[in-house]
Write a new protein. Sequence first.
Length: 364
Amino acid sequence: MKLSPAVAKRYTKEQLSAVEAQRLAEYITWGPVIFEVARLLRKFRILEYLNESKDGLTVTELVEKTACSEYAINVLVEGGLSAGILLVEPESERYRLSKAGWFLLADENKAVNLDFVHDVNYQGLYYLEDALTEGRPAGLATLGDWKTIYEGLSHLAPTVQQSWLAFDHYYSDNSFDKALPIVFAGHPKHLLDIGGNTGKFALRCVEYDPEVHVTIADLPGQLSMMKEFVAGKVGAERIEGYAIDQLDTQAKLPNKAWDVIWMSQFLVCFSEDEIYTILSRAAAVMSSQTRLFIMDLFWNLQRSETAALCLTMTSVYFTALANGNSKFYRSDVFEKQIERAGLKVLKLHDQFGLGHNILEVVKA
C-alpha cells in the first residue's frame, strides 16, 4: 500500500498515550452529540460573538447577544468546553474560543463540511449498517425515492441541494485554476466533460480558450441544471449536453474527434467494476492523440492526514446515501482499472488545489 509520509506517520504507528486514547474513545462515543453542539454554537453565532470579544463573554452577555435562554447558553458552552471548542477563565467565568473553535468559525472548509453532514447525511447515516450489509444506499430514502442520489440531485429539497452543491463545488472549484493549463497544454478544440454536473468546469474552459467546444455527458436532470446555470454566460453557445446514464451497460459516448476527455471527481461515484466500464466506454471514443484527464482525490496520497480523514469519512456518505458501492479510492485502484480498460497513465500531476491529483491517460 502506497502512503504519503503524512498519512503513513498517522496510520502505521500509535500516536496516543493510554489516557489520551481512552479520552478519544469516549469522544467518539459522543460524536453525534459533539457535532450538534459545535453546529449550534456556530448557527447561534456564539462562536462569532466570542471571536469578536477581546476579553471573552459571560453567559449573561451571551444571552443578551443571542436569542437563546440562559439554560440553552449554559448547555452549549459547557458542551463546548468538553468538546475542546471553548475555554473559560474560572474566576470571571468568561468564555473564549479555543484554536479548534476558531477553525470551526473561520475555516470555510469546516463550514462546508458541517452543512454537508447535517443537511445531506445526518438522517441517512442511521441506515449505514443496512447499506453495508445490503450493498445499496439505504439512507437515501430519507431524501427521496431514487436508486442513487445523482438521479435526484435536481429534485432535492433546496437546503439539501444547496449544501450538496456547496460541498461538491468547494473541493473541485479550488482546483480548476491549476487544472486548466494542464488540460489546455495541447490546445484542444473539442473537449468531452464526462459527469460535468452543473457545467462549472465547462464554463471555465470556454472562458479560458475562445475556440474550444465542450460537450457535457451526464444524466438528463443534470443537463437541465447545467443549461440553466450556463445560460447567458460568456461562451455558453460553445457548451452542449449529451444525455447518458453511465450505469446503462449499453450506453455509448458520442464518437467525435475528441482532443481531451475530462473527468473531475466523477469516478469516485462508482464501484470498481463500474469504473472499468466507464473507462472502457471512454477508450472506445479515444484516438491515439486523445488525452484523458482524471482529476480526483486519493486518500493515500494526501500531504495532510486531515485531508485523508475528510476523504475516508466522505466514503461513508457514498455508501449510505449516494449509491451504496463507491468511495474515495487509493490511487492504485484507479491505475488498475485504467490498465484493465486498455489505457495507461502517462503522467501524474500531483497535489494541487485541496489535495487533488490529475492522472493524464492515453491509449496503451
